[in-house]
Write a protein that binds this ligand. Structure first.
Ligand code: CMC
Length: 387
């Protein structure tokens, strides 16, 4: 096996070759299949971006229409999935429900658990998980907040249907802003949750198990869970009178485990291009909805002060995708504990496209890293009575 080098957190380990997403952390560049994220956010739609990620090219009008129709045709959840969502304790975190019901969907589609599906089956998996997860997200929100379910309306666009099921008022501009948020979350190369999807899938586990594991990885506060943490941090600062300088001091204190949530990124060391777009969308949505949110002022103050501070400057720490997204979700009336499910909804096409690419790459092997053993050397077993 030769010499093993440990790479904690895989800072310098490439796990695969991929043709899906390009990311340059120094220059702040993000492209899906070659298309700059800025252009996609301005001109495309989430459903078109999903198509692009999965099949590699922008669809023709006919291809897009047929794909949208196919996704929309998954307009109902299997009865037992709805029952599962309802049976969870009201205190359950929505991410726990999301992950559980996603793996539970495997029972409804036994023929799609095959790790080597046919082309038709792969297309079906992609459309069905996008369609079903939209309904799952809305159902979790409605059930956990004690509200009746709203049926899916296949005549609406993906994002408008989602907003209608969530019980949100969807002006065209606000729906566009939410659609942009989903686009910005759609893929991000080999991040923690996507790597998890690939690792689990590499054992020939089903796509449902792989995606469910990705949802679990996303839940962590250092990853997708950061969007909930940012809002809770802003809330705490606001409740304590709005002085954010204390939070900054705590984040810099190496004896304190507190971090400035929504700041820093493994790859972006200059700026996160998604955060730039989201900050703008945040101003637009709040203006559209006529919302004046004191959290936005705190967030902007925090950002400005941190960017001028030597601690953050010397470590190249900038606001990431999670810093402003929560303020938009809050303005839309989405409960804080649903924020990470919103991230999962956006990331679904990326996870699925990466899962498919992994399955279709002939070099794929089961993920099985090695270790450097640091435990005891060989010892003689002592009988229980003699210990
Ligand atoms: N607040 C204070 N210090 C920080 C922060 C922060 N948010 N982020 C990094 N640092 C410090 C860190 O303590 C270390 O300092 P030192 O060199 O003195 O030991 C230095 O900056 C380098 O950080 P790191 O933790 O080694 O970097 P990493 O690449 O392992 O971690 C990160 C990246 C995103 C996990 C981290 O920046 C972090 O915990 N941020 C807060 C959580 C967050 O916002 N996560 C969302 C990430 S973007 C969306 C997503 O992936 O889902």
């Amino acid at each position: 096996t030769g010499c093993i080098t440990i790479d904690h957190g895989f800072l310098n380990t490439g796990s695969c070759a991929s043709a899906i997403t390009f990311l340059d952390g120094e220059l702040g560049i993000l492209r899906y299949r070659g298309y700059p994220i800025e252009q996609l956010a301005e001109k495309s739609t989430f459903i078109e971006v999903a198509y692009l990620l999965n099949w590699g090219n922008l669809p023709t009008q006919a291809e897009l229409a047929s794909f949208e129709k196919k996704v929309a045709s998954y307009s109902k959840l299997p009865e037992y999935i709805t029952r599962m969502i309802e049976l969870f304790p009201k205190t359950a975190h929505p991410m726990a429900i999301a992950s559980s019901v996603t793996v539970a969907l495997s029972a409804h589609y036994p023929e799609l658990n095959n790790p080597n599906p046919t082309k038709e089956q792969k297309d079906e998996i992609f459309a069905l998980l996008l369609g079903q997860f939209k309904i799952i997200t809305a159902a979790i929100q409605r059930v956990t907040t004690g509200q009746p379910l709203v049926a899916s309306n296949p005549a609406l666009s993906y994002t408008e249907d989602f907003m209608s099921m969530m019980g949100m008022k969807a002006s065209k501009d606000v729906a566009k802003a939410l659609d942009v948020l989903l686009i910005l979350h759609a893929d991000h190369e080999q991040n923690c949750s996507t790597s998890t999807v690939r690792v689990v899938g590499s054992s020939n586990a089903s796509v449902f198990a792989s995606i469910s594991a990705g949802i679990d990885a996303l839940w962590g506060p250092l990853h997708g869970g950061a969007n909930q943490e940012v809002l809770e941090m802003l809330e705490e600062i606001s409740n304590a009178g709005g002085d954010y300088k204390k939070a900054l001091e705590r984040a810099k204190d190496k004896n304190d485990t507190f971090k400035l949530m929504g700041f820093g990124h493994r790859v972006y060391k200059n700026f996160d291009p998604r955060a730039k777009i989201i900050k703008k969308a945040c101003d637009t949505v709040l203006a559209q909805l006529g919302v004046k949110d004191p959290y936005l002022d705190i967030a902007k103050g925090l950002e400005q002060t941190a960017l001028a501070d030597d601690y953050f400057k010397s470590r190249n720490l900038y606001p990431n995708v999670d810093f402003y997204s929560g303020i938009i979700y809050r303005a839309l009336g989405i409960p804080t504990n649903m924020f990470t499910v919103m991230f999962a909804l956006g990331r679904m096409p990326g996870w699925l496209a990466q899962w498919k690419e992994m399955r279709e790459t002939k070099e794929t092997k089961i993920s099985r890293p090695r270790q450097v053993y640091t435990g005891a050397t060989t010892r003689e077993y002592t009988d229980l009575g003699k210990r």
